[in-house]
Design a protein. Structure first.
Length: 225
């Protein structure tokens, strides 16, 4: 393999490629907010979410302690894009005004997506998204020195998927050949290509990764009635 020299650069963002997440939360008046983001990663049945501290989604997560992580497929890119430059905050924060954001109260309506009642949290799931995770906030960590970003640690309570992405012959596995998430890389939308090659890690049964949060989730009641 040929070695290539590196060049030092200073990019304004470091979004090398992560799944797009539509986070649904509950506003003060009980209405649903829906916002796209892509600073997310998962560890077991927990996720870390990076959000601007002054965003409506972050404020709702801090206030209510719950939300839904909806994962859109690549074909939902137009719906996700209709939410770009929109905010549930009214008035629009100064920083977002400078970037061209505007207030939208009905985010589901603007995106053309369907709210579906959740089973363990108040914010609705997105019916069109092939995967959705109902979550509760475990902690919020300030990032950086200016307090402008929060890293939320959230715990998953329920995972819902469309039958179209389940692995045949299994109850609890996703088929990666059918699941085509929407990816954000340096402010552009992408989809996944076909598998590059098998991974040695695929020889480890997924059940060996199951942690105590799954058993904890099974004990969660149905508070919404």
């Amino acid at each position: 393999m040929k070695t290539v020299a590196h060049t030092a650069i200073e990019p304004g963002i470091l979004y090398f490629g992560t799944p797009v997440v539509l986070i649904s939360t509950t506003n003060e008046d009980g209405s649903a907010n829906l916002a796209p983001m892509s600073s997310a990663f998962w560890l077991g049945w927990r996720a870390m979410l990076g959000l601007g501290a002054r965003s409506k989604t972050a404020q709702n997560l801090v206030r209510t302690g719950e939300g839904v992580l909806n994962l859109p497929s690549a074909d939902l890119a137009p719906a996700v894009d209709r939410l770009a430059l929109t905010t549930g905050s009214d008035p629009v924060p100064a920083g977002k005004q400078e970037r061209g954001y505007f207030h939208v109260a009905d985010k589901f309506g603007r995106a053309g997506l369907t709210p579906v009642p959740s089973s363990t949290v108040r914010p609705p799931r997105v019916g069109e998204c092939p995967a959705a995770m109902e979550v509760v906030v475990e902690a919020a960590h300030p990032v950086g020195d200016d307090g402008g970003v929060l890293a939320f640690e959230v715990r998953v309570q329920r995972v819902f998927v469309h039958e179209s992405i389940r692995l045949d012959g299994t109850e609890d596995r996703i088929d990666p050949d059918r699941w085509r998430p929407l990816i954000m890389s340096f402010q552009k939308f992408y989809g996944l290509s076909s598998q590059v090659c098998p991974s040695t890690l695929a020889g480890i049964p997924e059940r060996l990764y199951r942690g105590p949060d799954i058993d904890r989730a099974r004990r969660v009641g149905l508070p919404l009635g």
